[in-house]
Design a protein around this ligand. Structure first.
Ligand code: F6P
Length: 312
């Protein structure tokens, strides 16, 4: 628990106060706060949307909900006016956008509304943010200073890490993000697994690994939304999410900058691991904005076990 807090006051600690206690530098604190506020606007738009499809495709050929575009615009505009962000890279845009004067300290990556195709089913979806201090074309370990994600489900929750643990906040009825868990720590080993991709497309070694998890009694928990699937690993204190290399797509499906690096940053801060089967996600060099990678992320035992199967 951060200095100055005790059990009695813990439940009323809001995000701003927590970041101040957490020692997050002023500009970064303001930036994280502003992004968290955008989450409230996005959630309002989700409620208003009534599940309407926009009928156009994004650069990956996926059908987009208008909500994706709206969320991206809201986020970009807010960041543009923050005065802290020089560049904005979004999964919804082809290129990195310069939104500052060039003197600002941070570069922000966003998947503004991940899993938006789940809106019609009323499953949870989310926003994923990475905050970098240097160029994006480096490895996350050198460039990232913070990451956060917001879940839009029965509750709106936000987990952030600025490099000193991972902390969860829940949006309360007054519209405040209130601390619900501080310094979340995963156990060394969990009991759930979320395997992406089709079994017929998996490599032999990945298939053997998943079979071993099933034999060990791991329970299948896959929603099709990266944010809630990672969130359950964190909140249940362990387990594994994977979207592996596929026979026809050796780099898997998920994008390093927008999805994998931020989640790897948070999971590592919660005591877990994230690799591509061999190398830590945060040690992978980024060379293109749309770079993808296989991922094994969660508690240490399962991620290490994946490495053993994949590298035999
Ligand atoms: O990247 C978009 C996404 O919807 C993720 O949120 C999710 O983990 C993954 O794709 C699901 O992919 P699939 O539909 O192949 O299971």
């Amino acid at each position: 628990m951060a200095e100055g807090m005790n059990d009695l006051t813990k439940h009323v600690v809001d995000l701003r106060r927590h970041m101040w206690l957490d020692g997050v530098e002023v500009e970064l604190r303001r930036l994280i706060w502003q992004i968290a506020v955008v989450g409230k606007y996005i959630s309002a738009r989700i409620h208003e949307s009534n599940r309407k499809l926009a009928g156009f495709k994004n650069i990956y050929g996926e059908e987009q909900l208008a909500l994706d575009r709206i969320s991206d615009e809201i986020l970009k505009n807010k960041l543009q006016h923050s005065g802290f962000v020089s560049q904005y890279a979004s999964e919804e845009r082809d290129d990195i956008v310069t939104i500052g004067k060039g003197t600002e300290s941070y570069i922000v990556t966003a998947d503004p509304l991940d899993g938006s195709s789940l809106v019609d089913t009323n499953l949870a979806i989310g926003t994923i943010i990475g905050i970098h201090k240097k160029s994006l074309f480096d490895c996350g370990r050198n460039s990232m200073v913070a990451a956060l994600y917001i879940t839009y489900g029965p509750l709106i929750t936000m987990i952030y890490s600025a490099g000193k643990g991972a902390h969860e906040f829940v949006l309360d009825r007054e519209g405040e993000y209130v601390l619900s868990e501080e310094n979340i720590r995963l156990k060394g080993k969990g009991s759930i697994f979320s395997p992406g991709g089709l079994r017929k497309d998996w490599t032999d070694n990945h298939l053997k690994f998943i079979d071993a998890l099933e034999r060990d009694g791991y329970k299948l928990r896959y929603s099709g939304g990266f944010v809630p699937d990672i969130n359950q690993v964190i909140i249940k204190r362990g387990g594994l999410f994977t979207y592996p290399a596929l026979k026809e797509s050796p780099q898997g499906k998920l994008r390093l900058l927008f999805e994998l690096q931020p989640m790897a940053f948070i999971i590592e801060q919660a005591g877990g691991m994230a690799t591509d089967g061999k190398t830590d996600i945060l040690s992978l060099e980024i060379t293109t904005v749309n770079q993808r990678s296989p991922i094994y992320i969660g508690s240490a035992a399962e991620v290490k076990m994946a490495g053993e199967f994949l590298n035999q």
